[in-house]
Design a protein around this ligand. Structure first.
Ligand code: URA
Length: 234
């Protein structure tokens, strides 16, 4: 955040008055006098003082969309693979949590935040947010096998070890080995297990969207903050 904005948020001063105290050398950032109102301050980690008194503004919650590449793990602890939060350059990484994990070899849309209630709204099956997965299959499925799978997935199937059928979902075939699956729930390894039910194996998996959030303009490994509107829509 710009320093003049930070000062006016942290005090009763207007932006103009904030510039005046900066020009009067009354403000330090990390113990150095700063006069330039356009200097960027990190609201969590920088130490801003006015006439020897600390200034602070509420950090607020962070809502991040990451285009997850393959090879990264959705955990916050160090494991055998690099972890997704290593790809995000924001302070206080430790307070972030992941909504709806992806497997190490899965790519695509991943939502990350430090707002627990919001994360719950995003992941709770009660709210029925559609997640679209694009998948590649190991074995080609002919038109009869495709039609059968589409029908069974639409009705719900009983996966190994589960007590109830999957919720009705939409399976669309692009060709014999490529399909799109739209789910409103997020069971453990759900896509791979659903394709396993039909005796097939998923060789590539990508989450293209979560509800109204897609990856348009975001390269693999890049992230961005969600807009206030995108956050509120969940
Ligand atoms: N379903 C899976 O099987 N894997 C994922 O990463 C996401 C959904």
């Amino acid at each position: 955040m710009r320093l003049d904005k930070f000062i006016s948020k942290a005090t009763e001063l207007s932006r103009k008055e904030s510039k005046k105290i900066l020009h009067a050398s009354e403000v330090t950032v990390n113990d150095k006098v700063i006069k330039d109102p356009g200097v960027h301050v990190d609201i969590v980690n920088d130490d801003v003082m006015w006439a020897g008194e600390p200034l602070s503004v509420a950090a607020g919650n962070r809502y991040i969309l990451l285009h997850k590449p393959e090879g990264f793990e959705c955990t916050l602890k160090v494991k055998e693979h690099p972890i997704v939060t290593e790809l995000i350059a924001v302070p206080e990484i430790g307070s972030l949590r992941i909504a709806g994990r992806l497997d190490v070899d899965t790519t695509g849309a991943l939502l990350i935040s430090d707002d627990g209630k919001w994360l719950h709204r995003v992941t709770s099956p009660k709210h029925e947010h559609a997640k679209v997965y694009e998948l590649t299959l190991a074995d080609p499925m002919d038109s009869d096998a495709q039609a059968n799978a589409v029908k069974e997935v639409a009705e719900g199937i009983l996966l190994d070890g589960d007590y109830e059928d999957t919720k009705p979902a939409i399976l669309e075939f692009i060709d014999e080995t490529h399909a799109r699956l739209t789910l409103e729930q997020g069971k453990y390894h759900q896509v791979k297990r659903m394709m396993g039910y039909f005796g097939n194996k998923v060789t590539e998996l990508h989450r293209a969207s979560i509800s109204h959030i897609n990856l348009d303009g975001l390269e693999k490994g890049d992230s961005r903050f969600l807009t206030a509107e995108e956050v509120a829509k969940f």
